[in-house]
Structures are given as structure tokens and as C-alpha cells.
Design a protein around this ligand. Structure first.
Ligand code: 13P
Ligand code: SF4
Length: 337
């Protein structure tokens, strides 16, 4: 571990976060786009995907935006460049469609922290529990939930929960704590976290702010409270885009997975983004998100595999809380049943 952070010009730090592009990027990308057109497929990519995947996607966004796109697409095939639970959500919303992803092993530490049998055991301890599950969980956990939320709508969803019920919020304790602070609603929190976002510390953020005193900090709500306290804005990855667009600041410090920087740089070409360093390194890639590569994306389009397969029973049960979330988010539902 280093005891001091080397001052690296922001341009270099940002570039150091991105993996080097393959030499044949253009040919590969063209092949992917051509195949996608012929297959009538849609490519959905999360903001944390490598830049070259973001650049061939039809839609790049946060978990909420991607679920909304998945719910309304009329493409025959959905290619989901993100992590497995996101592709599962697309399948639950489109049971009749083929949903494929570049790498089946693209998991999530939050999903792993909350096995369905353990959740069921906790739910059995209080019949008054109302389970709000962060979308970063398995389809089996979604099937046990009353409503799903994302980081982009968690506050709105919790405010819409029945007031007489005891909220059980799973699986991210940091997102849950942030929502409790915002809503004042007490909740029982599952003890899970994102292994990427808990790497940022108060001390590392204080040091980077000393280097860029005029730069506001934007942080994801999966960060610990000590980090969120220093942030000028705490929000989902998509809201980071709107925050940065409207901010008068020329330089902004970003405390989330560094794939985000590519999206921000594209949307705000005249601004400088500094990937907030952790104690251990200058950036913090999610090893799951970064399993996806352009080569694997082409392979999955050629093979139409790996596919998301779920039982009809899980799909039917998991669909209800996801649709509730989409209804609350669109304003069609104010109060949850
Ligand atoms: P968003 O909801 O902001 O897309 O975040 C998803 C995620 O996995 C954060 O680590
Ligand atoms: Fe899961 Fe964290 Fe990776 Fe997001 S960044 S997919 S929460 S491990």
C-alpha cells in the first residue's frame, strides 16, 4: 500500500484506467455492427463497460435506464453487455426473446452476498417485512421481493412503500444507509456491499481534493458513508451524466467504476474528469464488468450464446416486483401495494 498518492496529470490518470484498445478495433466493431443489424439484435451496455463496447452499443446507461430499454425494445435478440443480473432482468421482462451476454461469469459481489435461501430464512423471522431489493441480486432473490429498486430510484421506491410495513432492504448496506438518511425511514439492512465501491476511503478523497481544490466530487451511493459525506453529489451513474453536464465546474472528481469516465468524457467533451483514487490504486475496475470484451461480444453474436435461461416460475414471480419498480419510476404508481 502507498502512503502518498503520486500527482498524475488527470489526462494520464484517466487514460491509465482504460484498457488499451485492440489493434483491430475498427474491423471488429464493424463486424459486430453488421452482425447486429442482420440479426435484428439490440446491444445494451452499462456505463462501466470498456469504451469500445460502449461505442458499438445502441444504448449505454445505468441499471434503471437499461431495464427501461429492455422493457420497451422490439428487437428479436437482446445482447446485454453488463453483468449477469442485468441480463437476467432483461430476460424476465422479455421471456419470449433470446437474451445473450458476452461472458456468463460476469457476476457481482452484491448478488453473491445474498443467496435466496438465506434471504428467505430472514424474511421468515418477521411476517411484517416488506422486502425492497436492489436490482443487483439474482432472479431468485427478485422472486422473493416485494419491489425492486436501482440506485437511480431507490429513494423514490422507499418513499412509495406501505408505511405500516417494516422495510427489509437487500443486499447493499451502503445504498440502504444512504436511502435511510434521505427518507428518514428506518430499515433493516442486509450486510452486503460492492467490493469496488468500498475501496474508496475518506482519506484518499481528502488527498485528491487537495490536488484539485475547485473540483466537485460525485460519488456512487454504494460508497461508504465516510466517502459520501465528502461528495458534492451522490447519485446513480446516469444521474452523474446530468450532474456533470449542468455543473459549471471544468474539472470533476468521479468516485465510481472508471468505465464511467468514457461516457462522461463523451457527453461533456470540454470537461476534465479525474478518476478518484482508492488507497491501493489510481482506479478501481470492476473485475466482473471488465470480463466483457469486444472479442467476446462478437463471439456471442456469432454463437448466440451464452444465453440467459430461467424457469417460467422464477420469471413470473420476479416480474411482479420489477414491474412495480418501473411503474413507480414512471409515475404511474405512487403507492406500492
Ligand atoms: P447504476 O445503478 O448507477 O447503474 O449502478 C450499478 C452498479 O452496479 C453500480 O456498481
Ligand atoms: Fe457489482 Fe460492484 Fe461490479 Fe457494480 S461495480 S457490478 S455492484 S461488483
Amino acid at each position: 500500500m502507498r502512503d502518498a498518492i503520486t500527482i498524475t496529470p488527470p489526462e494520464l490518470r484517466v487514460r491509465a484506467c482504460a484498457p488499451p484498445p485492440p489493434a483491430n478495433l475498427d474491423a471488429l466493431s464493424r463486424e459486430i455492427l453488421d452482425l447486429k443489424r442482420r440479426l435484428k439484435a439490440v446491444i445494451l451496455a452499462h456505463n462501466y463497460q470498456v469504451p469500445e463496447i460502449q461505442d458499438v452499443a445502441d444504448f449505454v446507461g445505468d441499471s434503471l435506464g437499461l431495464s427501461q430499454q429492455a422493457a420497451r425494445t422490439n428487437a428479436d435478440i437482446i445482447v446485454f453487455c453488463g453483468v449477469h443480473f442485468m441480463a437476467e432482468t432483461a430476460k424476465i421482462l422479455n421471456p419470449g426473446k433470446l437474451v445473450i451476454l458476452p461472458d456468463r461469469d460476469a457476476g457481482c459481489s452484491l448478488e453473491e452476498s445474498c443467496p435466496a435461501d438465506k434471504l428467505q430464512a430472514l424474511q421468515a423471522t418477521n411476517p411484517n417485512f416488506y422486502t425492497v431489493s436492489y436490482i443487483n441480486c439474482s432472479a431468485a432473490v427478485k422472486a422473493l421481493s416485494d419491489v425492486i429498486c436501482t440506485s437511480g430510484n431507490a429513494e423514490q421506491i422507499v418513499r412509495a412503500c406501505p408505511p405500516q410495513r417494516d422495510i427489509l432492504f437487500v443486499p447493499d448496506e451502503n445504498l440502504g444507509a444512504w436511502v435511510m438518511e434521505k427518507t428518514g425511514r428506518p430499515m433493516t439492512l442486509w450486510k452486503g456491499n460492492c467490493y469496488v465501491h468500498v475501496e474508496w476511503t475518506h482519506a484518499a478523497l481528502v488527498r485528491i481534493r487537495q490536488q484539485f481544490p475547485d473540483a466537485p466530487i460525485v460519488a456512487h451511493p454504494e460508497c461508504p458513508r465516510s466517502v459520501r459525506m465528502l461528495a458534492d453529489e451522490v447519485c446513480s451513474t446516469e444521474k452523474m451524466v446530468s450532474y456533470c453536464k449542468q455543473s459549471p465546474a471544468r474539472c470533476i472528481i468521479v468516485a465510481t467504476e472508471p468505465g464511467m469516465i468514457h461516457r462522461l468524457q463523451k457527453e461533456c467533451p470540454d470537461k476534465v474528469f479525474v478518476a478518484a483514487p482508492t488507497e491501493r490504486c489510481a482506479c478501481n475496475n470492476c473485475k466482473y464488468m471488465k470480463l466483457n470484451t469486444l472479442e467476446k461480444l462478437l463471439d456471442c453474436l456469432l454463437q448466440l450464446e451464452p444465453r440467459v435461461e430461467l424457469s417460467r416460475e422464477i420469471i413470473e414471480r420476479a416480474r411482479v416486483p420489477i414491474e412495480r419498480m418501473l411503474q413507480v419510476s414512471s409515475g404511474a404508481l405512487q403507492q406500492l401495494p
